[in-house]
Design a protein around this ligand. Structure first.
Ligand SMILES: Cc1cc2nc3c(=O)[nH]c(=O)nc-3n(C[C@H](O)[C@H](O)[C@H](O)COP(=O)(O)OP(=O)(O)OC[C@H]3O[C@@H](n4cnc5c(N)ncnc54)[C@H](O)[C@@H]3O)c2cc1C
Length: 383
């Protein structure tokens, strides 16, 4: 951490500068601005074009860590109500959610996971294969049992940036796109945010780091070292086919997420990994993992064997050493905050931004935040 070179000029300053324009940063900025703060949001590219724009859009409790269920349930409702608080839809659609078990081991895993999530309030019930096939007739006959949850569905992630931009502008947030933050000078009276380009720095009383997988790099600008694991998730979309499914599907081992959109395309994911480098850039698909993912999808819904792949893409997802979010004060730096790394972070993103804002505003957050200091000195578990 360095000290401010020039005196902090409160006249031209923002109350808060949020760095990183994904769903977490946008939601934080929006909630702060609506509470009356003068807010700037700085994004290296365009809003919600990294993880928050390229994710599978599944709004699910099945895949959310048990401890985060209460957060995800509130966020799910926020997505369903997007038009009310964003003024624009992200095509959030409620659909039945099924987690499938085809083996004895998967049945045990499913039962345990459903129980843990139920204890945290998720309305997930275990149902027979017959009942699962009433909900989703196209399922493979070897299904043994399923977890069923009414609170499930999906949104169109690529619409997130458009909806957030609309809401942020309406709330008078000053948006700086195509601005890469290079360094931050911090002192007791505030922060100066410097850009890679020869642009005027921004001054602010507070800063919020909302950089997704790049949170680690942003924290390092303040001299704070917390490791963030990078997951390189692959996604597959098929050409349009006849309606073959109506639910959102996953499997008990977590390796599948599957849904068909109204236009007939089917989105296939489940965290199958590609290759890439967060710091140097560049991502590349692993063909064998694409094939594995497609085989699993076509096993769950045999009619998918007739579908042809239209496009594949990859995106970067963040995870902390204890796989829980990082939401709260940056350790040892006054008036600096960090928000991100939530598992199923698209689902819970709007609510995580809200509780980050509530904490900054000295309000009691609707649910507890996740103190970043716990992660100091932690090492990433070896995979
Ligand atoms: C392929 C994929 C599929 C997924 N599927 C799902 C799903 O179906 N359901 C679900 O709930 N979750 C899903 N996730 C997880 C979810 O997308 C993320 O958890 C969530 O979007 C993270 O939001 P964020 O705002 O923290 O990060 P991001 O969206 O990554 O935003 C961080 C922003 O910071 C910006 N930034 C970085 N460095 C700088 C800098 N120096 N200066 C300025 N700006 C900077 C980046 O450009 C980026 O826009 C998926 C993730 C991926 C990658």
């Amino acid at each position: 951490m360095t000290t401010i070179a020039k005196p902090f000029d409160s006249g031209s300053a923002y109350d808060t500068v949020v760095i990183g324009g994904g769903v977490m940063g946008c939601s934080t900025a929006l909630h702060l601005a609506r509470a009356g703060m003068k807010v700037a949001l700085v994004e290296r590219g365009s809003l919600c074009r990294e993880a928050s724009g390229v994710n599978a859009g599944t709004l699910t409790l099945h895949m959310t860590r048990a401890a985060l269920i209460p957060y995800a349930m509130r966020a799910w409702q926020m997505w369903m109500d997007a038009e009310k608080w964003l003024g624009m839809s992200v095509l959030a659609t409620q659909a039945p959610g099924l987690t499938l078990a085809f083996t004895k081991d998967e049945c045990e895993l499913l039962t345990l996971r459903a129980q843990a999530r139920r204890e945290k309030g998720a309305p997930i019930e275990i149902i027979s294969s017959e009942r699962a096939r009433q909900i989703e007739p196209g399922l493979h006959p070897s299904l043994l049992m399923a977890g069923y949850c009414e609170i499930d569905g999906y949104a169109s992630a690529y619409l997130t940036g458009r909806a957030m931009t609309h809401a942020l502008r309406s709330a008078d947030v000053k948006i700086f796109e195509n601005r890469q933050v290079q360094s931050i000078d911090s002192g007791d009276s505030g922060h100066v945010v410097h850009f890679a380009e020869t642009k005027e720095p921004l001054r602010a009383r507070r800063i919020v780091l909302a950089g997704g997988v790049w949170i680690e790099n942003m924290l390092a600008m303040l001299g704070v070292h917390i490791p963030i694991k990078v997951l390189i998730n692959q996604l597959i979309i098929t050409e349009r086919i006849r309606p073959v499914m109506r639910s959102v599907l996953s499997v008990a081992n977590g390796l599948l997420s599957l849904k068909q959109f109204a236009n007939g395309t089917v989105l296939i994911g489940g965290g199958w990994q590609g290759d890439g480098n967060r710091d140097q850039g560049g991502i590349e698909a692993r063909p064998q993992n694409l094939v594995g993912n497609m085989r699993l999808a076509a096993y769950a819904i045999p009619a998918l064997a007739e579908a042809r792949v239209a496009r594949i893409w990859l995106g970067l997802e963040a995870e902390t050493a204890d796989a829980m979010p990082i939401i709260g004060d940056v350790p040892g730096v006054s008036n600096a905050y960090v928000v991100g790394s939530a598992h199923s972070g698209y689902t819970s993103g709007p609510f995580m931004g809200r509780i980050m804002a509530q904490h900054i505003l000295d309000q009691t957050p609707d649910l507890p935040i996740f103190n970043p200091a716990r992660l100091l000195g932690m090492q990433m578990p070896v995979a």
